[in-house]
Write a protein that binds this ligand. Structure first.
Ligand code: 48F
Length: 248
């Protein structure tokens, strides 16, 4: 029995992994923006893989606001929530959603659109070719935590989406090692302004590199917004639309 368990797990994992070493899009981060981006890419037949540093998916969602695991969504993003068939309750002019149900609903439907999510793997660098980002460099998160010197592996892609949240990690790597871009860093909380600017900030910031979610606001120096998530979902969708449009 034990041998079959081991063999089944490793063969299945490696089979999926090998199918994803060359893809159309790599998304770094399985938070709200990254998952929604993956969903719309998958739905449009674009081969997409998500690498998530953590043991869990969902980024900042499970913590809700200060561990009260509810999130707020505005009217503008409710079409996305309805498409995922996630339940909601109206509260004043906004909607309140159960954070865990939201993560589960988003993740399930995204995977069903053919997007693979590999958790416990961090994107630590990009693959670069003639002034274009051409993939990512990955390693086990546990290796990074242990600070072991273990050389990474590379995944080739036409686009990389930085959905790493507040730290805007992939853009910072490009800023430091490639040059040509500059990450301004996020500003203190101003929910309305941050939400207003996030979709506009969702852009291709370097050839082949698209920034979405909180990383987009960090890139352009916009404000953070706390446990309101409409902008994250809309930003993920816009990042997918940019790629879909560019591929036509
Ligand atoms: O932080 P996160 O949820 O980013 P987001 O999609 O959403 C932001 C909201 O959660 C919230 C907010 C709402 O107004 O401001 O904070 O922009 O998800 C980012 C995910 O990326 C993972 C990280 O573990 C998290 O799950 N991540 C970060 N760096 C890396 C990474 C990396 N280098 N490689 C892989 N995953």
């Amino acid at each position: 029995m034990e041998k079959i368990i081991t063999e089944g797990i490793i063969k299945s994992y490696l089979n999926d992994f090998l199918k994803n070493i060359e893809v159309d899009v790599v998304i770094a981060g399985a938070g709200p923006s990254g998952i929604v981006c993956g969903y719309y890419l998958g739905k449009n037949g674009i081969k997409t893989v998500i690498f998530e540093r953590h043991l869990k998916v969902g980024g900042g969602m499970p913590g809700g606001g200060m561990m009260f695991n509810r999130i707020i969504v505005q009217e503008e993003a409710m079409d996305i929530i309805k498409e995922f068939k996630i339940k909601y309750k109206k509260y004043e002019k906004y909607y309140v959603l159960d954070a865990i149900e939201t993560i589960s609903g988003l993740t399930y439907r995204t995977i069903r659109e053919g997007v693979k999510i590999f958790n416990l793997i961090s994107v630590e660098d990009v693959v670069i070719r003639e002034n274009r980002v051409n993939g990512v460099v990955i390693n086990w998160t546990s290796t990074q935590i242990a600070k072991f010197h273990v050389d990474p592996l590379a995944i080739i892609s036409k686009y990389v989406v930085d959905a790493t949240g507040h730290d805007c990690e992939i853009c910072k790597v490009v800023e430091k090692k490639v040059g040509g871009i500059s990450v301004k860093g996020e500003r203190s909380m101003w929910a309305e302004k941050g939400e207003r600017e996030i979709v506009e900030n969702t852009k291709e910031v370097y050839p082949g590199l698209i920034v979405c979610g909180m990383a987009a606001n960090a890139f352009f120096g916009s404000e953070r917004m706390g446990a309101v998530f409409g902008g994250m979902f809309l930003s993920g969708k816009k990042a997918a639309e940019i790629i879909i449009e560019n591929k036509k």
